[in-house]
Design a protein around this ligand. Structure first.
Ligand code: NZQ
Ligand code: ZN
Length: 388
């Protein structure tokens, strides 16, 4: 097992009715910015619950944070916080609102051009230089409620870039599974597939000695396979909703990545598809992931075989046979979760995608991705072309 440090200061407040605890969780005597997205919180009762929990708190509201949050929008909130002397931010929404708030938090006191946080992928570590924030999660998917990473899109240049750092963990996150009742089916499908792929990025590498990490990862995958299709149809079933929400958090709160190699190339390529075509994040992962496993088959086949046996119960006489079956089972699962796994099924203008992505990666110096740094630009091209 590799050496590791496990640091996660987020107070994770889980369960039915927990939004009522907000008053105990937010700091006293400071103005709060309540940040939200396109308005779903006004339709599903979450906004009322938040306001009811904070009757005597000085709250300013900032709405309009887009899915795939935009730098240009977030900078408007940065200006408001600077002007209004706001001391705490409450993010109420899905991964986009929470990620947006992480950027706002980091940008307010940033000494320099805040765009550098994105372009230079800065690590924000100094807690005195950020605006503290908490979250009320409304969409289980990204794990952003319990991690310190975020992804923000610059509209002007169509770049979707990630950043993070230990100062960007939420102070608290309220995760009430009943909020998923109002989610469109498509978003629940996305949430399950995003969480599934987060586990795969940290698990589906090569054989190593971190036995417990493998078993934890497999148990999250198995649970998602077990409940995924059902929770889409029955989002008010508390057993399904609560397990879905906890799986999504556990998939990317840092725990399963400790002591193991990780990949993340599916996400890096997927982010480009969102930046180019605005395809939902999870849907880009369902397009790229299986083809990345195919192109990187020699590197990943032992782990694919283990994954197939333990998660899907596949059988076979060779590692290769079980690994191939595992990929097919994964694609079947994605289809069951409503994903269209070809790029051409998601956008009509895909022909030059591989050229664009390879050029971009080369310009950024991303020439050796993956757990063995052997996903070269040629491999990226092969993965993207196979995904057409
Ligand atoms: O904006 P509103 O009106 O709130 O509507 C949202 C949005 O349209 C809606 N929604 C959210 N909760 C709802 C609801 N509608 C009804 N009822 C509810 N309870 O759902 C839509 C999608 O929301 P969004 O926040 O964009 O989805 P998600 O949580 O999947 O977040 C995606 C973003 O997170 C990034 C992605 O790249 C993408 O930008 N990621 C963040 C990560 C992280 N911070 O660790 C890791 C991930 O890999 C991912 O890259
Ligand atoms: Zn993701």
């Amino acid at each position: 097992m590799l050496n590791f440090e496990l640091y996660n200061p987020t107070n994770y407040v889980f369960g039915k009715g927990q939004i009522a605890k907000l008053a105990e969780l937010v700091p006293q005597n400071t103005k709060i910015l309540l940040a939200y997205g396109g308005g779903s919180i006004f339709k599903n009762g979450v906004y009322e619950q938040v306001k009811a929990a904070l009757p005597n708190v000085d709250i300013l509201e900032f709405g309009g944070i887009e899915p795939n949050p935009r730098y240009e929008t977030l900078m408007k909130a940065v200006a408001i916080i600077r002007e209004q002397n706001i001391g705490f931010i409450l993010a109420v929404g899905g991964g986009s609102v929470i990620d947006g708030v992480k950027f706002i938090s980091a940008a307010v006191k940033f000494d320099g051009n805040p765009m550098d946080i994105l372009h230079k992928r800065l690590l924000i570590k100094d807690a005195s230089q950020v605006i503290p924030f908490g979250t009320v999660l409304t969409l289980p998917a990204t794990g952003s409620e319990m991690n310190s990473g975020a992804v923000v899109t610059i509209n002007e240049t169509q770049e979707k870039l990630s950043f993070g750092g230990s100062a960007l963990f939420p102070k608290f996150s309220i995760c009430d599974p009943t909020v998923i009742a109002s989610l469109p089916k498509k978003q629940i499908q996305n949430g399950v597939v995003d969480a599934f792929t987060h586990v795969m990025e940290q698990y589906l590498t090569y054989q190593h000695d971190a036995l417990l990490q493998d078993r934890i990862a497999e148990s999250i995958l198995q649970t998602l396979v077990e409940i995924g299709p059902d929770v889409v149809e029955n989002p008010t079933d508390y057993k399904l909703a609560s397990n879905y929400m906890w799986c999504a958090t556990m998939a990317l709160n840092g725990l399963i990545q400790k002591g193991v190699p990780t990949d993340w190339a599916t996400h890096m390529i997927g982010h480009e598809l969102t930046a180019l075509y605005e395809i939902d994040h999870a849907r880009t992962l369902a397009i790229i992931g299986p083809n990345l496993y195919r192109v990187m088959f020699d590197t990943k086949k032992e782990k694919l075989s283990q994954f197939g046996e333990r998660v899907f119960g596949v059988q076979g006489t060779s590692v290769e046979e079980k690994a191939e079956k595992a990929i097919e089972k994964t694609v079947d699962f994605f289809h069951k979760m409503g994903m269209l796994t070809k790029l051409s099924e998601n956008t009509a203008e895909y022909q030059s995608t591989a050229d664009f992505i390879v050029t971009r990666f080369e310009e950024r110096g991303w020439k050796a991705l993956g757990e063995k740094q052997n996903i070269t630009p040629e491999k990226v091209r092969a993965i993207v072309e196979m995904s057409y």
